[in-house]
Design a protein around this ligand. Structure first.
Ligand code: CDP
Length: 787
């Protein structure tokens, strides 16, 4: 165990190398596809080649005759067992296997179970399926046309493709402010469909024991406990007989929150064959059929005074959810946390309306590295603010400084009803300006513009809302969003912390040990963190939406404080003195005014399990458990500055510098925070410049491989320059706020704002993401100003 610069805090928070890395760098991690069980079979899924088509017939006889094939299952066979459809996390249903018609290209039609994965794949070719093509709807606007084909005719009484209409804010009050405003700027913008594309694709190994009825499922899930409950409900299995193990996970980013048909197929296959069954999708399957993100068309309007005081914001959104509404958001929030679209500013009035529709695309709306649609909300406001700066011919930083919330306004309740806990937004922005040398950059830009060079500086100030969520407001599929933690200190003074959150690379085994170490003074090296196995961890809703530190982290703190309180009582018996005369000092308990009369937490642990006398009413052992219900969300914030160069000859955008200042309250491990921020910034550059899942008119997915769906690599990103401010959350027990997704949320508008700033000489105000060379080139050409 190594601390890097922990001189002041040897025991708890601080830079510390990750405890989990030795096993990863030595190839000793255990991912689902590494699981090998005796007699294990392999499952492959036949996927639909068409995006919309009635299933006319399906013949599996030749596939069944393949010498290595053990089982072939169709939708009709699942229907006999009432397993052809499963509930989604947003009160919709999704086909496990097609029974009536295909609704998106890549949908699951049948599966084969064979002795090895090659035979299973080969046998898919032997299944003969006839589809009757149906008209395809890929455009969200066309989905609302009169006479548009009804995609979800499985839902009783459905005559159109509308999923829901939603609104927030005060329409009349907002309209009144707009009517009286000096300046109104309107901008349509699209947040394109993108994919979380985790390094490890989705996979499962199901092992059903027909004798005792127990099911063990190794699975790529970000929420093992919630999945277990849902399997009990879907498959009718007793919950105590189901064990979900989520071992090492190679990135989730929201992609591994839903239950996918492949997981259910693996369970069914194991139950039918009596053998363990593995399913692991390939890259194309992951990119074409697991949940997508974004896909919002937004019309935004911003109203302000002539001198740049923002007064109101209004938006109308068309949300494309694909063929099944698989969105994972708290039940009462069909549009996730899009309601936080007033951002970091003090705004008088706001109103948003939204319509969500079904289209012939894979299910969408996943919270890809963000807290439930807040990425779209931040993009909307941060682009609108820049459009306003453009209209007013004002510096975008000056405009933001005029409108940012002030520290004395916290806790601040937005006009749409979200109560931000704390922040000093101006300090965060000023720190970013300092690191960037903003004035120097503007001087450099002026010189370059004079020479015809295109350099741009983009700013974004964002507020995230993480730590879902208080049980009074939030549940997913009826399960309250609170988290468990159990801490056990052993007689020899080492400890085990069991948590319900699920690391997918965020380093929880390190940071959660640090959280406990800070509270009870046992070194992080002596604290083991157990997660990802429902048999060995307390119930909780898992890891997504940057909720781990805010919720499970808080649970760990409270459990540790309970242990500390008990340790104090035991120490009072050991030192034969009243507990009120004792002081806690980082793992050592001593008598007030007499530091030499002391015991360590290790001494107390030995005593707690030994035969020494305990105080009246205190039982033996040293352990505590907690189920933590957060009183509110935490609201991290940040200020980002991006510097780009646009090649006037090729329209290629190069991100030259990126300055990210984040405020996530109390920082547990700054090194891990920086890693999280670096990853999120890379996501942001990818979305702003490269990533988009497109479809042709027939619904063919054009981003089915990493040749077509471009992800940024180290070559496309600069050396990140990070900074921080610290405004603790007043309601989190150690003042920590989440940070895992802040950079994904905050960076795309900074990049886009920078490119539009570079293109200022052309008078351009907006180009939709991704800002590929061809899009930028077309936009420049459309102005007629290119020589
Ligand atoms: O839920 P998820 O783990 O994705 O997000 P998070 O709670 O924001 O935490 C991401 C990682 O950063 C975890 O290892 C946290 O413990 C760490 N972190 C930290 O060191 N200090 C904070 N204030 C917030 C997160």
């Amino acid at each position: 165990m190594k601390f890097i610069d922990n001189d002041q805090r040897p025991m708890g928070h601080g830079r510390m190398l990750r405890k989990e890395d030795p096993r990863f760098v030595r190839g000793k991690g255990l991912f689902v596809d590494d699981v090998q069980l005796p007699g294990m079979l392999h499952l492959a899924i036949l996927r639909a080649p068409v995006a919309h088509g009635r299933l006319v017939s399906i013949d599996v006889t030749v596939a069944e005759a393949h010498p290595k094939v053990k089982l072939v299952v169709t939708g009709a066979m699942l229907a006999q067992r009432k397993l052809a459809w499963m509930p989604t996390l947003s009160h919709d249903v999704q086909a496990v296997l097609v029974t009536d018609k295909v609704r998106f290209q890549g949908q699951e039609v049948a599966f084969v179970v064979a002795e090895d994965r090659y035979a299973a794949r080969d046998a898919l070719e032997l299944i003969d399926v006839v589809y009757e093509p149906l008209p395809v709807v890929v455009d969200a606007r066309a989905a609302l046309d009169d006479g548009a084909p009804v995609i979800r005719d499985d839902l009783a009484g459905r005559t159109d493709n509308r999923i829901f209409d939603w609104e927030t804010g005060n329409r009349a009050a907002t309209d009144a402010v707009f009517a009286a405003a000096d300046v109104v700027v309107r901008q349509d913008m699209v947040y394109p469909r993108v994919h979380p594309a985790p390094l490890e694709t989705c996979a499962a190994v199901a092992d059903h024991d027909a004798v005792d009825g127990a099911l063990t499922l190794w699975c790529t899930t970000q929420a093992p406990h919630a999945h277990r409950t849902l399997y009990a409900l879907i498959a009718g299995l007793p919950e105590h007989q189901i064990r979900v193990i989520s071992p090492d996970i190679g990135g989730g980013f929201g992609n591994k929150v839903p239950i996918y048909p492949g997981y259910v197929c693996a369970i069914v296959a194991s139950m039918l064959t009596g053998r363990p069954v593995k399913w692991a999708e390939d890259r194309s399957e992951n990119l074409t059929s697991t949940c997508f993100a974004r896909d919002y068309r937004m019309r935004g309007e911003i109203a302000a005074t002539r001198d740049g005081r923002i007064r109101a914001i209004r938006t109308d959104v068309l949300a494309d959810h694909g063929a099944f509404n698989g969105v994972a958001a708290p039940s009462r929030y069909p549009a996730g946390f899009f309601g936080v679209f007033t951002g970091s500013y003090d705004i008088e009035a706001a109103y948003a309306s939204m319509t969500a529709v079904y289209t012939n695309k894979a299910p969408g709306g996943i919270a890809y590295a963000c807290s439930f649609r807040i990425t779209e909300a931040v993009y909307l406001i941060e682009r609108l603010v820049d459009c306003l700066a453009h209209e007013l011919d004002m510096d975008p930083v000056e405009l933001r400084l005029k409108n940012l919330l002030r520290p004395d306004q916290f806790p601040y309740t937005t006009t749409t009803g979200w109560t931000y806990d704390s922040g000093d937004y101006e300090a965060t922005l000023r720190e970013a300006l300092r690191i960037a040398d903003y004035a120097g950059l503007r001087r450099e830009q002026a010189e370059k513009r004079a020479r015809g060079e295109l350099m741009g500086i983009g700013v974004s100030c964002f507020t995230e809302a993480v730590g879902a969520g208080p049980r009074k407001d939030m549940d997913i599929a009826g399960l309250a969003m609170s988290d468990g933690a159990e801490l056990q200190v052993h007689p020899t003074g080492t400890a085990v912390l069991r948590v319900s959150c699920q690391s997918q690379g965020q380093g929880h085994e390190t940071t959660f040990a640090q959280i406990v170490a800070e509270q009870i003074g046992i070194a992080p090296a002596d604290i083991k963190v157990v997660h990802g196995d429902t048999e060995h961890t307390p119930f909780g809703l898992g890891t997504y939406g940057s909720r781990s530190t805010s919720v499970s982290g808080a649970a760990a703190v409270v459990a540790a404080r309970k242990v500390r309180d008990k340790a104090m009582l035991i120490a009072s018996a050991m030192l034969e003195i009243s507990v009120t005369d004792l002081v806690w000092d980082a793992g050592r308990i001593h008598v007030v005014g007499d530091p030499n009369s002391s015991v360590t937490i290790q001494d107390v642990a030995r005593w707690a399990y030994g035969s020494g006398e305990l105080p009246e009413g205190v039982d033996g052992g040293l352990a505590a458990q907690v189920h933590y219900d957060p009183s509110s969300l935490t609201y991290p914030n940040g200020a980002y500055i991006c510097v780009v160069d646009v090649d006037p000859g090729t329209a290629v955008v190069t991100v030259r510098r990126f300055i990210a200042v984040d405020d996530c309250g109390t920082r547990i491990n700054p090194m891990i925070i920086e890693g999280q921020v670096h990853r999120g910034l890379t996501d942001g550059v990818g979305m702003a410049l490269m990533e988009m899942i497109a479809f042709d008119d027939d619904g063919n997915c054009l981003g089915a491989s990493l040749m077509d769906y471009l992800l940024p690599s180290a070559l496309e990103v600069p050396d990140w320059e990070t900074g921080f401010t610290v405004t603790p959350s007043p309601h989190h027990p150690i003042g920590a706020k989440g940070v895992g997704e802040s950079a994904t949320v905050g960076s795309p508008p900074a990049v886009v704002n920078a490119v539009l700033d570079a293109l200022r000489p052309y008078g351009l105000r907006h180009i939709d993401m991704p800002l590929t060379p061809s899009r930028v080139w077309e936009a420049i050409s459309s102005t007629g100003l290119r020589e």
